[in-house]
Design a protein around this ligand. Structure first.
Ligand SMILES: [Cu+2]
Length: 115
């Protein structure tokens, strides 16, 4: 077909612009664990939200296993929230709280980022 209707052209135009809506990951911190809202997110922009539902201060670090870059969500007091938008590539990521000995006490989790 050579002739295309206006509706067809509009649809093609829309299809050429990929949705840029970031994935979202919720991380709930408590003594002493991290609970992820999902185990897998799609690679690309990810909004990471740390909610401290515990009583102590907690933070969040994120690093791809085998990678060198560490993403940091700051120390967050009880009842508070921190948000970071990152661009994650595919792989497995370790998440942990870096306050005191919290990681050793169980505040560690794994996230898979798929292509
Ligand atoms: Cu902690």
């Amino acid at each position: 077909m050579i002739r295309l209707g206006a509706a067809t052209l509009a649809a093609v135009g829309l299809a050429a612009i990929p949705a840029q809506v970031p994935a979202r990951l919720g991380v709930t911190a408590k003594e002493f664990h991290l609970l992820l809202s999902r185990q897998v997110v799609k690679a690309g922009r990810v909004v990471i939200e740390l909610d401290n539902f515990g009583q102590d201060v907690h933070d969040l670090r994120l690093r791809r296993i085998g990678g060198t870059r560490t993403y940091v969500l700051p120390a967050t007091s009880a009842g508070s929230r921190a948000i970071l938008e990152a661009r994650l590539r595919a792989g497995r990521y370790r998440l942990w709280c870096s306050i005191a000995d919290h990681r050793a006490r169980g505040m560690v989790a794994t996230l898979r980022v798929r292509k």
